[in-house]
Design a protein around this ligand. Structure first.
Ligand SMILES: Cc1cc2nc3c(=O)[nH]c(=O)nc-3n(C[C@H](O)[C@H](O)[C@H](O)COP(=O)(O)OP(=O)(O)OC[C@H]3O[C@@H](n4cnc5c(N)ncnc54)[C@H](O)[C@@H]3O)c2cc1C
Length: 380
């Protein structure tokens, strides 16, 4: 009987595996991909899509199309349970799927749950596709020249969303938009001081308020209630308070790290169940915790591809090397970027142009799979 490979999520760490489905099906393996959407969105370009600088098609991969074109099976659904002892995954629709090898790339979510009342004007930084709905609503809201928007969170995602939602409102005729970033005690506190200064200066120029008076306690009927007792009622709220791995692994009683991510060893393999692999934001890498950034998911691709195929074929596994520091460029809107690489920092248009170039190159590399006779990245 054909061996079954199941990919839970078609995220950034599965790009090369998705590209090799044609090879795997030709070798006689049954490949199934489960994902809640026919597309996967590239998060690095998400804030740029929010502002309208990119279209949805610019920043998404046609996962279903790519899978089916190569002879794989795509199921639009969500994995909600992994029965590792019986090698079965349960999907939200109630369907059960068997596997011989399972690879998980189900990402992360924003865990802010202290919300009571209406939620239709509250948007999480993830999933990225939800930013499209936010964009639609805010364009309509721009009829109100006193539009106010709250962004809860003090990290890079919050800064990128604030800058890009400002641009969106401005482009849609709402020059007086009031944006308040609820940044806790300090905006971008994990970034280098030079980056903090670049972002602060840019926000001051755009009249984006940086509220560093404390943390948000809860949201009640669209009112943001802070621990210091202050209240604000913006028209729209974005939540960018950090992410947590999808809860799938803890609820499935699989080994997890302290953040609830699937525990994987140096081979990106679950130590208790060697036929389960994983990559991206949903894992906890046992040798050392990794930041939840797409850079690591992208770096995991070749090792995950090799090891998943080795798992099917019984070959030796490769070790994942997370590598050293990485280039980070934050898109603050209006083609203005803040770049950080080691001790080097730069704020301005050149940083944005570089980010745009790198992001588009990544997209083209894998979107090319959607074309006839495409070269398959990762193939020799
Ligand atoms: C606004 C924003 C901007 C960012 N910008 C950058 C940046 O510029 N550079 C950078 O390095 N990092 C950036 N990050 C971090 C980056 O988003 C994550 O590290 C990256 O998305 C991780 O990739 P992933 O594939 O693990 O997860 P995801 O991108 O979340 O992908 C997971 C996939 O799995 C699917 N899925 C989810 N649950 C299930 C399930 N139960 N069953 C099946 N499928 C499922 C989802 O639909 C999705 O397609 C940003 C994050 C945010 C929020």
């Amino acid at each position: 009987m054909a061996k079954k490979l199941l990919l839970a999520g078609g995220g950034h760490a599965h790009m090369m595996l998705l590209a090799r489905i044609g090879y795997l099906t030709k070798e006689g393996y049954e490949v199934t991909v489960v994902q809640p959407s026919d597309h996967h969105y590239y998060s690095g370009m998400g804030p740029g899509m929010l502002s309208g600088f990119y279209t949805a098609d610019d920043i998404r991969f046609r996962t279903r199309f790519v899978v089916e074109r190569q002879g794989g099976r795509f199921i639009r659904d969500k994995v909600i349970h992994i029965d590792a002892d019986n090698r079965i995954v349960k999907l939200e629709s109630g369907i059960c799927e068997e596997y011989d090898v399972l690879s998980c790339n189900t990402g992360s979510f924003v865990p802010f749950t202290a919300i009571k009342g209406k939620t239709d004007r509250i948007f999480g930084a993830k999933p990225i596709e939800r930013l499209l709905e936010a964009q639609k609503q805010i364009i309509t809201g721009c009829n109100n020249h006193n539009l106010s928007i709250g962004v809860i969170g003090g990290g890079a995602a919050a800064a990128e969303i604030a800058g890009n939602v400002h641009l969106l409102a401005k482009k849609n005729g709402c020059k007086g938009v009031k944006i308040r970033v609820f940044a806790g005690r300090k905006l971008m506190k994990n970034a280098a001081p030079a980056i903090q200064r670049i972002v602060r200066k840019y926000f001051q120029k755009k009249n984006i308020i940086i509220d560093e008076s404390g943390h948000v306690e809860r949201i009640e009927n669209s009112t943001v209630i802070m621990q210091n007792g202050q209240n604000h009622t913006p028209d729209y709220i974005f939540l960018a308070t950090g992410v947590q791995p999808s809860p799938l692994f803890s609820t499935s009683n699989l080994p997890t790290g302290p953040d609830g991510g699937l525990l994987v060893n140096k081979y990106l393999q679950c130590p208790d169940h060697p036929e389960i692999f994983g990559g991206g934001d949903c894992i906890y890498y046992e040798p050392r915790p990794l930041a939840k950034v797409g850079v690591y998911a992208v770096r995991q691709n070749p090792v995950l591809l090799h090891n998943v195929v080795a798992g099917l074929q019984g070959n030796d596994l490769l070790k994942f090397n997370p590598g050293g520091g990485f280039l980070a460029i934050f898109n603050l809107g209006e083609e203005y970027g803040a770049l950080q690489k080691g001790p080097f920092h730069w704020g301005g248009k050149a940083s944005f142009i570089l980010k745009d170039y790198i992001d588009k190159k990544f997209m083209t590399r894998f979107q090319d799979l959607e074309k006839e006779n495409a070269h398959v990245p990762g193939s020799s």
